[in-house]
Design a protein around this ligand. Structure first.
Ligand code: ING
Length: 301
């Protein structure tokens, strides 16, 4: 029995003009709520500190870099790290990372209960485009502002289990889950900022977006016998709606908790990481059942 109480700290919208300090205050309120509910780990969304800036076309790199953090923790986030350590709670936070040697990544980190960063992941599957796209109802310039992640899909031993991370679009790609599944991952934590409508196909609305969110996360969890915690930044950011629908899903693909609002909302579930064992030892015992001699196409093209 390896009990863990995990909290999905969904954030409502962050307007372009809102400061990191204001956002951190909201994150602290969610952390305090999680503390009251006995959380061991609190998971925040992708790019949790700012508005989803890849919707804005920028040509001045100095302006682009104002959306990035050049160190973590930093002045804006130190209060959150301190409060979490004081409460003996681990954190996972998504933010735009600017490295000392000038690389730009869409990053998610994991701390232990003392606030020490024990894991880092950089988004591999960047959706969107590089140049301004006149065909789109709104821009999605992640390929312009971020480089593809260079850390692969590592797993980290922490909190008595094996943890992995991904960011947003990664959750739509089965490879993301399987690479961690092959490393024995027991809980994947991820954040997302998903527009409620498709900038290229106006008929696709929030219902289908929420359906694909559940479908991707439930499938990934079941097919790799792992828990998945998926946390949205949601709501209307400067007129651009993002879906909510944060989820906590178990290793059978069953939804344990799902957000009801598009605002700041905490989901909490107490799980037993040992519940990942049955699937890994039977139906998804990869070493016994997989036939890699037939899978070459997945890595060769
Ligand atoms: N956002 C969206 C996501 O993958 C998207 C982009 C939406 C791509 C729907 C394809 C379909 O949820 C981010 N930030 O990746």
């Amino acid at each position: 029995m390896r009990k863990l109480t995990v909290a999905a700290a969904q954030l409502g919208p962050i307007q372009k003009a809102e400061s990191r300090e204001v956002v951190v205050k909201r994150m602290l309120a969610l952390l305090d709520d999680a503390r009251g509910k006995g959380a061991d780990l609190v998971v925040y969304p992708e790019l949790a500190l700012t508005t989803f800036f890849p919707r804005w076309y920028m040509t001045d790199q100095t302006e682009v870099d104002t959306w990035f953090e050049s160190e973590m923790p930093n002045a804006a986030t130190q209060p959150l790290f301190d409060a979490a350590a004081k409460a003996n709670i681990a954190l996972s936070i998504g933010y735009a990372e600017l490295t000392p040697d000038g690389h730009h990544f869409n990053t998610q980190i994991l701390t232990d209960k003392t606030g020490k960063i024990v894991g880092k992941y950089r988004k591999v599957h960047l959706p969107g485009h590089v140049e301004f796209d006149t065909e789109r109802a709104f821009q999605h310039l992640e390929k312009r502002y971020f480089e593809p992640g260079d850390l692969g899909f590592p797993v980290f031993r922490a909190l008595g289990g094996i943890f992995g991370m991904m960011v947003c679009n990664d959750r739509r790609w089965p490879e993301s889950y399987r690479v961690m599944g092959l490393q024995g991952v027991e809980m994947i934590v991820l954040g997302y900022n998903t527009p409620s409508v498709n900038s290229q196909k106006s008929v696709e609305g929030p219902e289908q977006r929420l359906f694909h969110n559940r479908l991707s996360v439930q499938a990934g969890a079941y097919q790799n016998s792992t828990f998945v915690v998926a946390v949205a930044k949601a709501g209307d950011e400067d007129g651009h709606p993002l879906i909510g629908g944060s989820l906590i899903v178990d290793p059978n693909g069953v939804i344990l908790a799902e957000a009801k609002t598009e605002g700041d909302e905490l989901l909490v579930a107490t799980v037993d990481l040992d519940d990942t064992k049955f699937g890994k030892d039977t139906i998804f015992d990869f070493k016994r059942h997989r036939r890699i001699e037939h899978y070459g196409r997945i890595t060769s093209q």
